[in-house]
Write a protein that binds this ligand. Structure first.
Ligand SMILES: NC(=O)c1ccc[n+]([C@@H]2O[C@H](COP(=O)([O-])OP(=O)(O)OC[C@H]3O[C@@H](n4cnc5c(N)ncnc54)[C@H](OP(=O)(O)O)[C@@H]3O)[C@@H](O)[C@H]2O)c1
Length: 300
């Protein structure tokens, strides 16, 4: 039986679905049983638990062949790094108490750095914490920059006729669709072909800049001259707090953008067949971005 944390989310839902499609027994975990109901229909066991509740997680992990683990983002958190550390401690204690032998944990490129990378520093701390667990074999999937991070551009394009953000327009990023991360995690969970503590980068189909992304999105939504403009981090922080981010979370995102822009945060592995994943950015734009853009247009 596999336990999938964050099963209602981007990557966890793909992991759970892939395992169920492969006729594996799956226990899906999230805070709301209702949001897990779609997996129950497919044969999964739904387990409602908060990641902060180590006792509940221990019960959820008991009997697991392996666990898919992640630290969910929380845009409203007033101290997200402390929240990440509490969740890490809770998950670590539960992995140890339940005697789990294999975990596939979602991490990020840049998690080699202990600090100055915003939320990614919490993933470094998570990896370090899991390394202390006796008898645990762990695979840290250090994913690239989510293509889904471009979805807030829907509103920006609608309001200003351009794309804008804190990341350099000419910075080539390893952009990955979250479905590719879920697929890679499910594959690793089935194979369990890792021992000790291993990192594996997942770098998407190819590196891409925001300027190139704007061209692809523009062509798909009928704005062929769509441009991307880099804004000063301070201006983006203000806009993010207006969009509902806490000041703390906006500041951490700003720190991460600065780390990307300076090159401090970067992928370590040269691109290879093993770390290149299938989804083209054009497919993501067609299947995910355009429907989101049209959905907003319809409801506006
Ligand atoms: N954005 C990027 O470019 C990027 C790149 C590399 C790595 N990452 C990392 O990827 C991770 C996010 O992965 P994701 O997108 O798959 O996650 P996600 O979809 O944002 O969230 C996963 C699920 O976790 C559940 N959850 C939230 N808080 C919870 C809590 N306190 N207790 C139990 N469950 C909780 C939520 O479901 P319920 O509401 O139903 O509980 C949510 O759907 C983060 O650690 C992020 O740092 C991001």
């Amino acid at each position: 039986m596999y336990v999938v944390l964050g099963a209602a989310g981007n990557t966890g839902s793909v992991v759970a679905k892939a395992l169920l499609d492969g006729s594996q027994k799956v226990r899906v975990v999230g805070r709301s049983k209702e949001r897990l109901a779609r997996f129950e229909i497919l044969g999964a066991e739904a387990f409602a638990a908060n990641l902060m509740d180590s006792g509940a997680l221990t019960r959820a992990f008991t009997g697991a062949r392996a666990v898919y683990s992640l630290l969910p983002p929380d845009h409203a958190s007033t101290d997200y790094r402390a929240q990440q550390d509490k969740e890490t401690n809770s998950i670590s204690s539960a992995l140890e108490a339940a005697g789990v032998t294999h975990v596939v944990a979602l991490s990020s490129f840049g998690a080699d750095k202990p600090a100055k990378t915003g939320p990614v520093a919490g993933l470094h701390a998570m990896e370090e914490s899991f390394r202390q667990i006796p008898k645990l074999n762990a695979l840290y999937l250090r994913a690239g920059y989510f293509m889904e991070n471009t979805l807030p551009q829907v509103g920006i394009i609608k309001s200003f006729g351009m794309m804008a953000g804190p990341v350099r327009a000419d910075l080539a990023l390893p952009m990955i669709a979250t479905r590719d991360i879920g697929a890679a995690a499910a594959d690793a969970l089935v194979k369990l072909d890792f021992t000790g503590h291993q990192t594996r980068e997942l770098l998407g189909h190819k590196d891409l800049t925001y300027s190139q992304m704007a061209k692809i999105i523009g062509a798909a939504i009928g704005i062929p001259d769509l441009a991307y403009i880099q804004l000063p981090t301070e201006q983006v922080l203000q806009a993010m707090t207006q969009m509902g981010f806490s000041k703390n979370m906006a500041t951490l995102m700003g720190e991460m953008s600065d780390a990307l822009n300076s090159g401090y945060m970067h992928a370590l592995e040269p691109r290879s067949q093993a770390n290149t994943t299938p989804t083209l950015v054009e497919e993501f734009v067609h299947n995910v971005f355009v429907p989101a853009y049209k959905g907003q247009a319809t409801s506006a």
